[in-house]
Design a protein around this ligand. Structure first.
Ligand code: HEC
Ligand code: HEC
Ligand code: HEC
Ligand code: HEC
Ligand code: HEC
Ligand code: HEC
Ligand code: HEC
Ligand code: HEC
Length: 398
């Protein structure tokens, strides 16, 4: 009798538990997601409203679909629910595993973290996995600025952008909401240039500035309202996006091409390096990107851009090699001593490739003439003269 009563009451309690609060849908007091929204619409209207605008909400997902603990996550009690203490890519992969796997192979995952901290914080398996797809980019020492600038500076600066590929406590990598936002989970927002421009900006990677100056950016500003930015990813055509944004060229599956969460698939050169070399997948990378351009352009236009950009890359390599040899010569002859970034001349050389050289190369590929010239080649010339003057000064003072 007692056993039976216990089973029955356990069943009753269980059936009343809001396993999924989708049951709340249609209730008079809530439009979003049952119990959670009941409180949170009062507390943070914005969160609930953003969720209501999402494809997730239209498809009947609830708050708990993301906020319930995923594998290996710490849990916490919350007004009768069990929530995850910290959300990660692990809370998305349960439904988007294929995309997560593609993301893991990209420069936005472990590689991005390793650019600051090296292997620190990543497990041996995570490093090995990233190395398989991005050779040489995860197994590396921490960046010299980590010790030179100190933990607080690095956390508030570098990490804010590079955490798109942070290692999480639950064993997953990264953060999908850097491009999708937490509650809209929208392709429309991910397709906006300003979304990528949160991180891809400034003198060391001026992609947003270059884009805004390019014909593509000008047309986007003029015609954004007639683009169908919210078109579902799998059916995206040039009728929806007849002007490209960052996402169109680097990620979208335009007119039936493959969508990718690994932008490296469409790149042929390491433009961010001091000396640019071809990527291991250079031929495929170039073909994949050109297949996107050719949805809107004739072959000749595309070849012209690539041929011209290649010349800018070669020229920049020569200029950086020349500048590097001036400083290397000083070290070899014992004129320059100490660790990297202990002498003013180190900063002139660093700015020459890290600001000006990169900017010229990015400008050449993405339609930014002013960036090739006045933010690229001109300051490279100026700094080369400065380096020579500093070098002869140092040799004289020796
Ligand atoms: C009885 C009201 C109530 C309910 C029901 C409720 N919450 Fe909350 N929630 C709160 C309050 C109060 C806070 C604290 C807000 C603050 O710090 O300003 C909070 C904070 C949060 C936070 C941020 C802080 C944290 O603990 O991580 C999240 C995320 C959250 N709630 C999600 C949910 C989800 C998801 C549900 C449904 C499964 C839910 N809440 C149900 C009242 C509620
Ligand atoms: C698509 C997944 C997803 C859905 C669905 C979702 N959330 Fe969230 N929510 C997140 C993520 C990711 C965060 C960031 C949490 C973190 O960093 O640990 C977050 C954060 C929050 C926060 C803290 C906000 C802040 O800025 O402090 C609250 C409150 C919250 N969610 C409530 C809700 C409520 C209520 C719902 C349903 C109406 C909901 N969430 C649905 C993913 C989701
Ligand atoms: C419970 C399963 C589930 C979870 C968890 C989930 N999603 Fe989704 N997601 C879906 C479904 C279902 C769709 C709609 C697919 C469709 O309509 O083709 C979708 C669609 C999307 C879309 C496309 C939206 C659009 O505007 O077309 C994005 C982006 C997205 N999810 C991102 C995320 C992110 C980021 C997370 C984690 C923070 C997440 N999802 C968590 C099930 C989920
Ligand atoms: C505003 C966001 C942002 C900040 C802050 C930032 N980065 Fe980056 N970083 C990027 C982006 C975006 C790229 C990609 C550049 C490209 O490919 O053109 C990048 C590229 C790099 C690269 C070259 C790629 C590689 O894997 O070798 C290194 C190294 C790097 N960052 C280290 C750092 C360090 C160290 C700091 C802090 C001292 C820092 N970054 C601060 C956004 C940022
Ligand atoms: C660098 C920015 C960025 C990051 C990080 C990112 N996404 Fe996306 N995602 C996009 C863009 C851009 C699109 C739209 C591509 C297009 O134009 O069709 C997209 C599309 C999607 C879609 C719809 C695609 C489809 O096939 O239906 C889903 C679902 C999605 N992302 C989930 C995720 C998940 C899960 C993660 C984390 C593992 C993630 N995204 C990380 C930029 C990003
Ligand atoms: C949260 C910051 C952030 C956002 C948002 C972001 N990126 Fe990045 N991106 C980075 C960082 C950091 C790197 C450099 C990783 C490395 O090589 O160390 C990077 C690298 C890249 C690369 C070079 C990859 C490679 O293999 O070298 C491309 C292309 C790129 N991002 C495109 C995009 C596009 C397109 C968007 C928008 C849809 C976007 N990113 C949004 C931070 C971001
Ligand atoms: C018209 C197409 C197009 C648009 C729009 C575009 N890019 Fe690019 N992007 C390219 C091409 C082409 C390259 C060089 C490809 C190669 O290496 O073969 C490139 C290179 C890059 C790189 C350099 C990766 C490296 O090697 O360091 C990053 C990062 C990047 N783009 C980000 C962005 C961002 C962010 C935006 C928007 C603000 C954007 N791109 C807009 C076509 C485009
Ligand atoms: C979604 C369509 C689309 C894609 C993809 C695209 N473009 Fe464009 N592009 C345009 C439009 C539209 C214009 C403006 C044409 C006009 O002036 O009528 C343009 C203009 C240009 C121009 C300037 C032409 C001139 O003479 O002023 C160049 C160069 C260019 N694109 C190169 C590229 C390259 C290279 C790629 C691929 C890396 C690319 N575009 C991808 C739509 C696209």
């Amino acid at each position: 009798m007692v056993g039976f009563a216990l089973i029955v009451s356990a069943f009753l309690i269980n059936s009343n538990r809001p396993v999924s609060n989708a049951g709340g849908k249609g209730d008079a007091f809530t439009r979003a997601s049952g119990k959670c929204a009941e409180c949170h619409a009062q507390l943070q209207y914005s969160v609930v409203h953003e969720f209501e605008l999402s494809a997730h909400s239209r498809r009947g997902l609830t708050c708990l679909d993301c906020h319930r603990p995923a594998a290996n996550q710490r849990t916490k009690e919350h007004h009768g629910f069990v929530l995850s203490a910290k959300l990660t890519a692990g809370n998305c992969r349960s439904c988007h595993e294929g995309i997560y796997q593609e993301f893991l192979r990209s420069g936005h995952a472990a590689v991005s973290w390793a650019a600051i901290y090296g292997e620190k914080g990543l497990s041996a398996e995570e490093v090995a996995f990233a190395e398989r797809y991005q050779p040489g980019r995860a197994k590396r020492p921490p960046h010299p600025f980590v010790s030179l600038e100190g933990a607080d500076a690095i956390k508030g600066g570098c990490e804010q952008c590079h955490s798109v590929g942070r290692p999480n406590e639950d064993g997953t990598i990264g953060n999908c909401t850097a491009c999708h936002t937490r509650h809209t989970s929208s392709v429309a927002i991910a397709r906006l240039p300003t979304t990528c421009g949160q991180c891809h900006m400034g003198p060391d990677h001026s992609q947003i500035e270059i884009y805004e100056e390019s014909k593509h950016g000008v047309l986007f500003a003029a015609q954004q309202s007639s683009l169908n930015l919210a078109a579902p990813a799998r059916d995206l055509t040039t009728r929806d996006m007849f002007v490209p944004t960052c996402a169109t060229c680097h990620m979208s599956g335009l007119n039936g091409r493959k969508i990718t969460h690994n932008p490296s698939e469409r790149l042929s050169e390491f433009l961010a390096d001091p000396i640019t070399n071809r990527r291991p997948n250079a031929a495929a990378g170039k073909a994949n990107m050109q297949a996107i351009c050719s949805q809107c352009h004739a072959h000749e236009t595309i070849e012209r851009v690539y041929a011209q950009a290649q010349k800018v890359v070669d020229l920049t390599n020569d200029r950086v090699n020349m500048a590097q040899s001036i400083v290397d010569g000083l070290r070899k002859d014992g004129v320059l001593k100490g660790k990297p970034f202990e002498n003013p001349i180190d900063f002139v050389l660093f700015d020459l490739w890290h600001y000006d050289g990169r900017t010229a190369k990015h400008g050449a590929y993405m339609g930014g003439a002013d960036f090739v010239q006045w933010h690229g080649n001109y300051p490279m010339l100026q700094k080369t003269v400065e380096l020579r003057a500093m070098a002869s000064d140092l040799r004289r003072k020796r």
